[in-house]
Design a protein around this ligand. Structure first.
Ligand code: MLT
Length: 409
């Protein structure tokens, strides 16, 4: 008799974004005349930049000729992209990362979801609350948690670290030992950033407690404040205890192309039960080779074009457009009297709903009365209740219109 992996049965409802789409689609069906403005999932609206398009056309051309066709590539990514990442994302900030520590993939969602596989099931996982749901759900699937506690809105066995307006949405160190810590800055969903000093506390904690930090820096390109670190490796000692994720999705409009990378430094270790240490780099490499055949050549050529002079200039213009949207949203929502967070170094704006209005209630209200889709904070965890998130990935005229509709409402 085939049995099911019962860990999957612990998962709550559907994944957040399909549920939002389901509600928006049901509303659209019932009200075909409504022009809905989607500020829910952070999906890009600007096209790929010309430098990327041109490079990808060239790559398609190569794939169309026997002499230049590329079949399976290196599972860890082509050297040209791994070297470009090191040069333009790390060495330029004085951070020492080697090309063979860069693992190219088809997305940070997959990488942040998959990496937990290389760690033991008895590790204690710590996440921020609110949190990007992938970190939690993949640990539930793996069997690293107990059942869902409905009253608390949490899974047993996970250490949830509340991120509130009071702590600037950067968690305090946990009050009990944890092994695997997920941090994401600039943060999804709150748009908060972590200073070097705050990250140093976490790096020191991980070093002292033999823990590992999974650092999701998918939104680093949106940092405008020069004092905010783009990489956890800007903090001394982080190479020994942190794995970093980055993505071309939001940075260069690759949500539909798929390309990202993960840094697994050599020397970063976990421990066997007999207390002898083992390096994670070869294990992740082995796992990559077994379960992944590499991101497409065309995607990787497109990604490398992001680092050309033209490419850099062009993606910066797009990032500026999204960040102008964020500024418009912060100003408009602030004027309406909402407590507004994020939106300065991140493409997400996080607001507190009016007293007593739950996240989903506010979501439904905006959808039904303003025809605007946001993301309910409660979908990111219990501490997100009473908040909603707006994505700045949109056309400027739509953002302005959405803000006008909300003001009228
Ligand atoms: C979000 O809206 O939180 C993101 O777009 C989701 C993702 O990147 O998977």
């Amino acid at each position: 008799m085939i049995t099911v992996n019962e860990n999957f049965l612990k998962l709550q409802a559907g994944y957040l974004f399909p549920e939002i789409n389901r509600r928006a689609a049901a509303f659209a069906k019932a009200h075909p005349e409504a022009s809905i403005i989607k500020m829910g999932i952070g999906d890009v609206t600007e096209p790929l930049t010309p430098a990327v398009v041109e490079a990808m056309h060239r790559a398609v051309g190569e794939m169309g000729k026997r002499d230049t066709l590329r079949g399976y590539g290196p599972e860890q990514g082509y050297a040209f992209l791994r070297e470009a990442v090191v040069e333009h994302c790390y060495r330029n900030r004085g951070v020492s990362i080697e090309p063979d520590e860069v693992f190219i993939s088809d997305g940070s969602k997959c990488d942040t979801g998959n990496l937990q596989e290389v760690f033991g099931l008895d590790n204690v996982v710590a996440v921020t609350d609110p949190v990007y749901p992938v970190y939690v759900d993949t640990n539930v699937m793996a069997g690293r948690t107990g059942p869902w506690d409905k009253a608390k809105g949490q899974y047993a066995g996970i250490v949830y670290m509340p991120c509130t307006a009071e702590n600037g949405f950067v968690p305090d160190l946990p009050d009990r030992p944890v092994d695997l810590v997920y941090l994401c800055y600039p943060n999804n969903p709150t748009g908060a950033v972590a200073t070097a000093e705050q990250l140093k506390k976490w790096v020191d904690y991980a070093r002292e407690n033999k823990a590992i930090i999974l650092y999701d820096a998918a939104y680093e390109a949106f940092i405008t404040d020069p004092d905010i670190p783009h990489s956890i490796y800007e903090v001394d000692g982080a190479r020994d205890v942190a794995i970093e994720f980055r993505s071309f999705s939001k940075t260069a409009g690759f949500t539909g192309v798929r390309c990202a990378y993960t840094i697994v430094p050599r020397g970063l270790k976990a421990w066997r039960k007999d207390s002898s240490s083992v390096e994670i780099h070869p294990i992740w490499s082995r796992r990559h080779c077994t379960k992944f055949n590499g991101a497409s050549y065309i995607s990787q050529v497109g990604a490398a074009a992001v680092y050309t002079e033209q490419g850099k200039k062009q993606i910066q213009e797009v990032i500026d457009l999204y960040m102008d949207n964020a500024a418009v949203m912060c100003e408009a929502l602030g004027k309406l009297g909402y407590a507004v967070y994020g939106g300065r170094n991140a493409p997400y704006v996080w607001i507190k709903t009016r007293e007593g209005i739950g996240s989903w209630e506010f979501f439904d209200l905006l959808l039904q009365r303003a025809h605007v889709v946001c993301t309910p904070g409660a979908g990111f965890g219990a501490a997100g209740e009473g908040y909603v998130r707006f994505s700045a990935f949109n056309l400027p005229n739509k953002v302005k219109e959405a803000m006008e509709r909300i003001a009228k409402l």
